[in-house]
Design a protein around this ligand. Structure first.
Ligand code: NDP
Length: 315
């Protein structure tokens, strides 16, 4: 990717120094000519920045001083930490990275198969119990994915290929071969009622916060399992703890309202909860750098950016 060498685009990497250390080489490799910096003000005054590569907890919270900003390129798929920032008036693009998607497919597939095959019974078997019982086949198990976007659809397709009965739920109407596509409030009721395994891959917005409240959890079938690699606040924690006494057999949670999950949180030691430390998937520097370079190229050429966020919808 080449910007104009005589007047290269000025790109600010607005994330932590540790992240800069992992991204600098892949980013430099993805561009031929690039003026890239992570030091704000000392190396790159705000009013000279054309593009910001952004992650939460970096040096930029106020975008107002960035008077010639052409776009903010988010390093993560989730944009809840920046989409509502009123100081940002330039376009915001989120991360869609093939390696991030692949990682999520593997996490969802792995945890679905764990519960589907009842693996725990043999991994943790204190009584040396020998009771042969053939596990069910995937075709006998219904998996619902809330969110049929970049990640949800890829997971739905992978689960369908294994043989599961897969349904997905989204805001807009969708079609995907082999997947039962549901949408809207009626669609949500159907999606929950048929979810032997429920996977949450929704963004966190004002519409989706606490989506899984007590009423909706009660609609899940008896013995259902929840996998949440989406965002912690999609679920009402107290309602989930109650549902675990009733119809929900297990919850595997990767994301939480507060991260790291506080040491005294009941999820840590709950026998029906598995905690993973927000590792379901991650943006990978090498492939993400290519996505960013392509969006910078588009921004300079005046072409529409890829993966633009609808700030009104919040994702
Ligand atoms: P997308 O924006 O591609 O997809 C979001 C999906 O959610 C879309 O299908 C969208 O519907 C649907 N949706 C949004 N709002 C609603 C609503 N109110 N009602 C019904 N459906 C809705 O996001 P991604 O698939 O890329 O990512 C999903 C989330 O996964 C991220 O926002 C992030 O929170 C999380 N994530 C977690 C990671 C981890 O390691 N744990 C890593 C990466 C992401 P429609 O298609 O109609 O627009």
């Amino acid at each position: 990717m080449s910007t104009n060498p005589a007047d290269p685009a000025q790109i600010l990497f607005a994330a932590t120094e540790a992240r800069w250390n992992t991204y600098e080489t892949p980013l430099r490799d993805a561009f031929d000519e690039i003026d890239l910096s992570y030091r704000l003000a000392t190396e790159l005054p705000p009013d000279q920045v054309d593009f910001i590569i952004y992650a939460p907890n970096g040096p930029v919270q106020d975008f107002a001083p960035f008077t010639r900003l052409r776009a903010v390129l988010n390093l993560w798929a989730g944009v809840e930490n920046v989409a509502g920032n009123d100081t940002l008036t330039a376009p915001l693009a989120r991360m869609v990275d093939p390696s991030l998607t692949q990682g999520m497919v593997e996490w969802v597939l792995g945890h679905t198969l764990r519960h589907h095959l009842g693996m725990d019974a043999h991994i943790v078997n204190p009584g040396n119990d020998w009771t042969p019982a053939a596990p069910p086949l995937a075709e006998d198990k219904r998996v619902t994915i809330l969110g049929l976007g970049e990640l949800g659809l890829a997971c739905a397709e992978a689960l369908h290929r294994v043989g599961f009965q897969v349904a997905g739920w989204s805001r807009s109407r969708k079609e995907a071969p082999g997947i039962i596509c549901l949408h809207g409030q009626d669609g949500l009721v159907d999606a929950l009622r048929r979810a032997d395994i429920l996977v949450l891959l929704l963004p966190l917005t004002s519409q989706t916060e606490n989506l899984l409240n007590a009423d909706r959890l009660a609609q899940l079938p008896s013995g259902s399992v929840i996998l949440n690699p989406g965002r912690g606040a999609l679920i009402d924690d107290d309602a989930l703890l109650e549902a675990l006494k009733r119809n929900v057999a297990h919850a595997t949670l990767d994301v939480f309202r507060t991260e790291p999950l506080p040491q005294d949180h009941p999820f840590w030691h709950h026998p029906q909860v598995t905690v993973t430390p927000h590792i379901a998937s991650e943006t990978r520097p090498r492939s993400a750098a290519r996505v960013i370079a392509e969006n910078v190229r588009r921004g300079i050429a005046g072409e529409p950016l890829l993966h633009l966020v609808d700030r009104t919808a919040g994702y």
